[in-house]
Design a protein around this ligand. Structure first.
Ligand code: ADP
Ligand code: MG
Length: 439
């Protein structure tokens, strides 16, 4: 295939993947490069390790489905590091020590009165690790951005201090690795791994509670690093003194540097976060909707994101613009629970009623257009609105095999993009299926 043709196909695949999974769509998708597309295999080059991990963890399914839709055959999708840039072997080896979420950068963090001091401390530490605030202890309720900020520090320090050894991990991971090291008689290796880093970042340190031996080990790690002027950054869901059954000597050490709290965000910050998150996903939502979500969701930013995700998923499935009513329903949990519980039977019911056909006809061998079209629409909607496999969908519709279902899906996808009437019809059917209470 000519390079140009491959690129064009890849653009279509990307568009399809975005529509299939808006929650995991990111603006930077457009910068991805196809490194290989041939027969049944698609390889996608990623500019860095964080993006690579994000795609492997979240996007394999949507990209595979998209590639199959667009090319019309079974495709295996692989994500790899793109070595054409200057991210050579060394960078890869350094990055392999931990995973960072590509969204968790300082640029993507909205600063407001509730987190200003913590944000400023994190920026200061990332600029001169080891000599401003050491240790830096960040605490606050779940979902207020602790992990986000800790990862932003790692990312920034790594850019500024290329040779620094940075270790980011959850406390649970630390404890598990410690236990494994004991079992395998590798304690010395474990100790030297953690005591020789330049920056140690441990997320959710409250996990040390009641784990005496791990506390002891962490105490020595802490001392070794601190005495050598290495930076330690910790987060927890409460202040050091409030962590149950934490040794006194650890509590006092955690207070040696700066202890800073993140509070729940104000209304203005919440609205700005919704707008930031929408922008990050390459979506546009009106101020009115951002304000609506900001007014309704208070405590936890994950809930703001959840609301945004639901709203966008619905608007992309139904092809309807996002309105305040959509937002209202999404927040009331109506849509979300409706989406979660959609069955193939719900879909068949709506489609047979619309076309005035019987289920028995859809399941029969009849091939007249008046039966084939609703049958194919059922397959398409089931593929897009449920998590059922091609085989299962085929099974519900007269025991058809997966290639028949795939063919139906790609035919309807094509019709949807070339025929405005079909587009409207599919949107209307999806709306009836996802919002039964509206009928
Ligand atoms: P925590 O570790 O405190 O439980 P996270 O760092 O996991 O919280 O944050 C939860 C979600 O909220 C993440 O997606 C994060 O990007 C987002 N978030 C939290 N605070 C902010 C903020 N001030 N600006 C942008 N996003 C934020
Ligand atoms: Mg966290």
């Amino acid at each position: 295939m000519a390079a140009r043709e491959v690129e064009n196909i890849f653009v279509d695949i990307l568009e399809r993947a975005k529509a299939l999974d808006p929650a995991n769509t990111r603006k930077w998708f457009d910068e991805l490069k196809v490194s290989h597309l041939d027969g049944g295999s698609l390889e996608i080059g990623c500019p860095d390790e964080a993006i690579l991990q994000f795609l492997r963890d979240n996007c394999k399914n949507s990209f595979t489905r998209a590639a199959q839709h667009i090319t019309g055959h079974l495709v295996t999708v692989e994500f790899n590091l793109d070595h054409r840039g200057d991210s050579g072997d060394f960078a890869e080896r350094r990055e392999a020590r931990f995973r960072l979420h590509p969204d968790y950068t300082f640029d993507n963090f909205v600063v407001g009165p509730s987190n200003r001091l913590t944000h400023a401390s994190c920026v200061a530490v990332s600029q001169s690790p080891g000599d401003t605030y050491n240790p830096l202890f960040v605490y606050g309720n779940s979902g207020l951005g602790k992990t986000h900020l800790l990862q932003a520090v790692c990312r920034d320090s790594r850019r500024k201090f290329c040779d620094a050894i940075i270790q980011f991990l959850s406390c649970e991971d630390f404890v598990n690795r410690f236990i494994r090291a004991i079992h395998e008689g590798e304690l010395a290796g474990f100790q030297s791994q953690f005591r020789t880093v330049d920056i140690l970042v441990i997320d959710d340190i409250q996990f040390l509670r009641e784990r005496e031996q791990s506390q002891e080990e962490f105490f020595h790690t802490f001392n070794a690093l601190y005495n050598n002027g290495k930076q330690i950054i910790l987060s927890a869901d409460c202040s050091p003194a409030e962590i149950p059954a934490l040794e006194e000597r650890l509590i006092s050490r955690f207070n040696w540097g700066l202890v800073t709290r993140i509070d729940p965000p104000s209304y203005e910050t919440r609205v700005a976060i919704v707008q930031k998150k929408a922008h990050l996903r390459g979506m546009s939502i009106s101020d009115e909707i951002a304000e609506y979500i900001g007014r309704k969701v208070h405590a936890n930013i994950r809930e703001l994101e959840g609301a945004l995700t639901t709203i966008c998923a619905i608007s992309s499935m139904t092809g309807q613009p996002i309105t305040v009513e959509t937002a209202q329903q999404a927040l009331a949990g109506q849509i979300e629970s409706a989406v979660r519980h959609i069955s193939i039977t719900d879909i068949i019911e709506v489609v047979t009623e619309h076309f005035d056909v019987r289920l028995a006809d859809l399941q029969s061998k009849k091939r007249s257009q008046s039966i084939t079209l609703p049958r194919q629409i059922c397959m398409y909607l089931a593929r897009n609105l449920t998590k059922h496999s091609l085989e299962e969908i085929g099974g519900h519709l007269g025991g058809r095999d997966h290639t028949t279902v795939m063919h139906a899906c790609s035919k309807i996808t094509q019709a949807r993009s070339s025929d405005a009437q079909m587009h409207a019809l599919l949107g209307e059917l999806a709306k009836q299926i996802t919002q039964p209470s509206q009928l």
